[in-house]
Design a protein around this ligand. Structure first.
Ligand SMILES: Cc1ncc(COP(=O)(O)O)c(C=O)c1O
Length: 488
């Protein structure tokens, strides 16, 4: 999420007048320590740019420090109107252009955008272009900021989009898993099968319910739970399986449900990262006993913090509705029919959620264009492996993820640093559970997770937010090509 303010306090260190001689220009360059200055005329209008390289090359030809900057400067430079949109500014940055003067209508520099400080192309940012503000204002104007009309409206609209009936909004994607576990009666003494590489909310929700997470390695193609390894890990204590549709790629949910049926286990699908993903034309989350979603700011649709649980059975839905509200009856005030906690989403969040659901198709279409472009360009590259979406599935590509293979000339971590130097945020994938000491105690010494380890060491997620434009995508792709192949 980008800051709106591009101003840098020491603008003067980047500007020299046209009457400036090279020796003084060098002093200014020395002060700003960024290797370039902009040249302005008497009327303060921007007329050129000089880099320290330009001066060096000029002095080799003509060693005269008393020459005027106008003799050395390049007139051809990139500047933008001061009110330019962040996306527009980001598109202009490249490995050559790291500073962009922002000018007023008279072409006077009034501000400056810097690739390093203000204009990181983020991994993700929410797309809030619909009725979000209108619905928030309605909450504020009416005073209904806690409960209110939007909660039910959001739950129903969300349910319609994914083909689910029993939808319950909650505070976030972690409590969504917790509520699903508690409702299904998973707790003390139980074991729950989970993938060995996922966001740790999955393990934490299981551990806080009193149960024990039992890790199973992932499939290298989909990055999700490998169903072929599940049966070996089932014991008398196993009560549930939590497959995670990681980064948007659906797992083989039909086979997982078959195993669950055979051993009488619950299935809770974690769809935090998979809104818009389908398995055999049905949205993920509606195959198991429960499906959980997250609406954190970096998710496909967002309510700031927020989550949703969808239950297959009405009975579990009714039970969860009680638990989510401290077990309190909705018919008799302060009468508690069950134990519970407070997992309630606010009306303000739900208002945002409703506005987001209204833009669901648009968001998914744009994300599809982005992932298609990445696939088109990167699938030819011998240095990377892409996630392989099974043909019967639709992958929403929450975050487009690539795995560097052994032909890559650069390590994953170094590539991420290169991205950062170019003002782009790329992120490593999650760690394999056995790499973190807090979860290691749930894993026996004999257990190994080769695929999780390989992915944890070599995979990274690329910017995948809805308003990402083609020039930015091209920049990202060219960095991957250049760095992994090390073309000079
Ligand atoms: C796979 C997965 N599960 C659960 C969660 C938890 O969601 P939240 O952050 O809304 O609690 C996340 C969040 O990123 C996630 O990626």
């Amino acid at each position: 999420m980008q800051p709106k303010n591009y101003s840098i306090p020491e603008l003067n260190k980047f500007i020299v007048p046209e009457t400036c001689k090279l020796k003084n220009c060098l002093k200014t360059l020395d002060k700003n320590a960024n290797g370039l200055v902009f040249v302005c005329n008497k009327k303060k209008k921007l007329i050129g740019v000089i880099t320290d390289g330009d001066i060096r090359r000029y002095l080799i030809r003509k060693p005269n420090l008393n020459s005027f900057v106008t003799e050395v400067m390049k007139k051809n430079l990139v500047s933008l109107p001061v009110n330019s949109k962040p996306e527009k500014i980001r598109e202009k940055f490249s490995s050559e252009i790291k500073f962009i003067p922002l000018v007023d209508s008279n072409n006077r520099i009034v501000d400056m955008a810097s690739i390093y400080r203000f204009s990181l192309l983020p991994l993700y940012e929410p797309y809030l272009k619909g009725n979000e503000r209108k619905y928030i204002n309605r909450c504020i104007d009416s005073g209904w900021i806690s409960k209110g009309e939007y909660v039910k409206k959001f739950e129903e609209a969300f349910g319609r989009k994914i083909g689910a009936n029993n939808t319950i909004s909650v505070t976030n994607g972690t409590t969504a898993i917790q509520l699903a576990l508690v409702t299904l009666g998973v707790g003390q003494g139980d074991e729950v099968i989970v993938p060995s590489l996922t966001f740790a909310a999955v393990y934490n929700a299981v551990i806080f319910s009193g149960a024990k997470p039992v890790m199973v390695d992932i499939n290298l193609e989909t990055l999700g739970l490998n169903h072929k390894l599940i049966e070996k890990k089932i014991s008398k204590k196993t009560k549930a399986i939590i497959p995670v549709h990681l980064y948007g790629c659906p797992v083989d949910i039909e086979n997982i449900c078959k195993i669950a049926k055979k051993f009488n286990l619950f299935v809770i699908e974690d769809c935090a990262e998979a809104l818009g993903s389908y398995y055999k034309k049905r949205h993920v989350g509606i195959f198991g006993d429960a499906g959980t979603f997250s609406f954190y700011g970096n998710k496909t649709i967002s309510t700031g913090e927020g989550g949703m649980v969808v239950f297959k059975s009405k009975k579990n839905f009714n039970k969860a509705m009680l638990i989510k509200n401290n077990g309190m009856s909705d018919k008799k005030a302060y009468w508690h029919e069950d134990y519970g906690l407070n997992f309630k989403m606010t009306n303000v969040q739900a208002g945002i959620g409703l506005a987001q659901v209204e833009q669901f198709s648009k968001i998914l279409n744009k994300k599809k264009q982005i992932s298609n472009y990445y696939i088109k360009k990167l699938s030819k590259l011998k240095t990377v492996q892409l996630v392989k979406t099974p043909k019967e599935c639709v992958n929403s590509y929450w975050l487009f993820t690539i795995i560097l293979n052994d032909q890559s000339k650069i390590s994953r971590d170094k590539l991420i640093k290169k991205f950062l130097l170019n003002g782009i945020e790329a992120k490593r994938v999650f760690f394999s559970a056995d790499e973190m000491h807090v979860y290691r105690k749930y894993i026996t010494r004999k257990e190994i997770f080769p695929n999780s380890k390989l992915v944890s060491a070599n995979a990274l997620c690329l910017p995948s937010f809805v308003s990402l434009k083609k020039p930015s995508l091209d920049r990202i792709i060219s960095i991957i090509e250049r760095e992994t192949l090390q073309k000079v």
